[in-house]
Structure formats: structure tokens, C-alpha cells
Design a protein. Structure first.
Length: 348
């Protein structure tokens, strides 16, 4: 199936009156919410955030593939749900799988592709609802984000997507029990309690004048980590809880006027994140965690320090990240756009 790979012939105008290429309503609105951050900076940093989160689990495609997919999703361009073996992104993902020492097959390529695509869609959903539209978190929002994140991320006919949590359902009693996490029977009440408290915190955040002072930033990171610490312990969903907590963190930071924490791209960084997340588990593991116990937990000082350190670049793109992003998305050399919007991809 050939899809239209031409961007809409629409232009936005900067304050100088000079036309610039089409920017989607999503990017226009997010740029305004973040203090007029340049759209390419938004896409580059968010793409690295998504790629790092996936790499923590060994999921998703390469950074270059993530750039291309996020570019299409955030610019609201047509993008295919399927790949064929002669798509250049298919070859790109097979190279990534070989580098990661993962057996290559059509199913493994599609799994990588969908893990990246669905992650970008879930991020766009949460950012649109919570950051741009300034709505509150509710149970349906968490469940829809998890459904998007995990939807059809294993295309094997032997493993239907429902087995991978693609419906946003909570964990049920009788599933594998892990004493690090909340008793499954108490998940609905614990989520409701967290959501109620979160609504009150968001009201106070929205009344703080901008620009933020250093002490405001510290306080907002502290609060974001506190809610994420509780989410980690609740572990509400059948699948996708790690990536969901990191999407939750990104959304809370953006709502608070702070860029996302970018981490997970490199092995040492992933090891540090693993330690920060592990610091959230402090009980003796002799019995299942109860909802009443959550009050005494968090935020982990190690998690707070880790998040703070990984927001220091703000919206800057260090090293060769921005040139790589511009090249991968066809913005630096005049070549055709490189994103999986059609069955025939442009050569890399």
C-alpha cells in the first residue's frame, strides 16, 4: 500500500513573518506550553526519551528509527502499521537486532517497530491530554495510555496481543505474585487514591508563576518522583509498567514546565537507572505490599537525584543528536523524508 508521503502544503509564521515548514497542531501547542521551544528540539528530545525508555527493556528500534517514527507521529503524518521486507526501515531494524544479538525474523522486526510506534502514540496521547489540554489524570487516562503502549506489540499468531496487556486492564488475583508490588486486589483503590492526590497537586502547580525558580524546579521534580515511586510499587498493569512509569514521569515533568529526563541510551546509564528504580523497593519481600503501606514510601532520594541529573540539558541536544535527527528525518540534505509512511521507503 502506497501512502502519501508529502507534508501538507501549510506554513506557520514566526514573529518575523518568515514562513517556516508545516508544524502540526500538536507541536504548535506543545511549543507554546513549553515557552516557544523550537519544534525540532521538542521532537529530538522526546525521541531520545522514548528510545532510552525502550532500551532499558531491550525494546524498540534504533535511535535513528525512533527519530523517524516519532517525527511522523508528532507531525501527524501518515504512517503504516505494517512493514514489508523491502522497506528501508525494515532493513534498519534488522541491523539493530543484529547489533543487539536478537534473532532476526519478520515477527521480531515487527515487534521492534510496533514497540517504537506505540510508545510514540502513547506519549502523544498523554502529552495532548495532560500537558496541552491541561486535563487531570484519571483511571481511564492511565488505562488508555497502557492500551496504546502495549497494543499488538507481539505480532506472533501464537501470542495474541491480549496476552501482552494490550487492553489496559489491571493485574488480577491469581497472576504471578511479586512481593515488591501491591496486592492485586488493592490496585483499583490505590490508583484512585493516587489520582485524587495528584489532582490536588496539579491545581497548585498550575498556579505557580513562570519562569520557574531553581527551588520550584527541585520541588516539582520531588513531587513527580513521589507519584512515580507510588506507581512503581502499585505496578497496576499486566504489561508495560516500566515504560508506563517513565511516560508518567515525562508527562508530570512537562506539565510542571520541565523538560523530560533523558536516559537509558547507554549501558552505564541504564545500570544507574536500574539502581535508582531498585531503590524504590525497600521492604523485606515476606508478604505482598498493601495500599496502606504506600503512604510511608517515597520518593526515593536516589530516584530524585537521577531524574534531576538527567534534566540538566533542558531542551538542548548535545553532541551529534540534532544533526542525526535532521538527517534521519530528511531535513539536512534535501533528500526525501525518511519515515515509514509508505510501503516503499527512501534509501538510508
Amino acid at each position: 500500500m502506497e501512502a502519501n508521503t508529502t507534508e501538507p502544503a501549510t506554513y506557520s509564521y514566526s514573529t518575523t513573518g518568515i514562513p517556516r515548514p508545516f508544524v502540526s497542531p500538536f507541536l504548535e501547542s506543545l511549543s507554546s506550553s513549553m515557552g516557544m521551544v523550537e519544534p525540532n528540539s521538542l521532537m529530538e528530545v522526546l525521541s531520545r526519551t522514548i528510545h532510552g525508555s525502550n532500551m532499558i527493556l531491550g525494546a524498540g528500534g534504533s535511535l535513528r528509527t525512533t527519530y523517524r517514527i516519532c517525527y511522523a507521529v508528532f507531525k501527524e503524518l501518515p504512517i503504516s502499521e505494517e512493514l514489508t521486507k523491502d522497506d528501508s526501515v525494515y532493513e534498519e531494524i534488522t541491523d539493530h537486532l543484529e547489533f543487539m544479538k536478537i534473532p532476526r525474523s519478520y515477527e521480531s522486526v515487527m515487534k521492534c517497530y510496533r514497540e517504537t510506534l506505540q510508545h510514540a502514540k502513547a506519549a502523544k496521547y498523554l502529552i495532548t491530554k495532560i500537558v496541552i489540554n491541561r486535563q487531570r489524570f484519571d483511571e481511564a487516562t492511565f488505562q488508555e495510555a497502557n492500551r496504546l503502549l502495549t497494543y499488538n506489540d507481539d505480532p506472533s499468531p501464537q501470542e495474541p496481543c491480549a496476552a501482552y496487556g494490550g487492553d489496559g486492564d489491571y493485574r488480577q488475583w491469581g497472576m504471578t505474585r511479586d512481593p515488591r508490588f501491591l496486592d492485586p486486589l488493592q490496585i483499583p483503590s490505590a490508583m484512585l487514591g493516587m489520582i485524587t492526590e495528584l489532582a490536588m497537586e496539579m491545581e497548585s502547580l498550575d498556579t505557580t508563576p513562570l519562569p520557574l525558580k531553581p527551588e520550584d524546579i527541585q520541588e516539582r521534580i520531588w513531587k513527580a518522583c513521589r507519584f512515580c515511586h507510588h506507581f512503581i510499587l502499585i505496578h497496576p498493569f499486566v504489561d508495560g509498567n516500566g515504560r508506563m512509569y517513565r511516560l508518567f514521569l515525562t508527562t508530570l515533568l512537562l506539565r510542571a514546565g520541565i523538560p523530560p529526563a533523558v536516559y537509558g541510551l547507554y549501558i552505564p546509564d541504564r545500570m544507574r537507572h536500574e539502581q535508582a528504580e531498585a531503590s524504590c523497593y525497600t521492604q523485606d519481600y515476606q508478604m505482598l505490599l498493601n495500599a496502606a503501606d504506600l503512604v510511608a514510601f517515597g520518593p526515593s532520594e536516589q530516584l530524585i537525584k537521577f531524574v534531576h541529573e538527567h534534566t540538566r540539558c533542558w531542551w538542548d541536544s548535545p553532541g551529534i543528536h540534532m544533526p542525526t535527527f535532521l538527517h534521519a528525518t530528511g531535513q539536512s540534505t534535501g533528500q526525501g523524508l525518511e519515515y515509514p509512511a509508505a510501503s516503499k521507503m527512501h534509501p538510508r
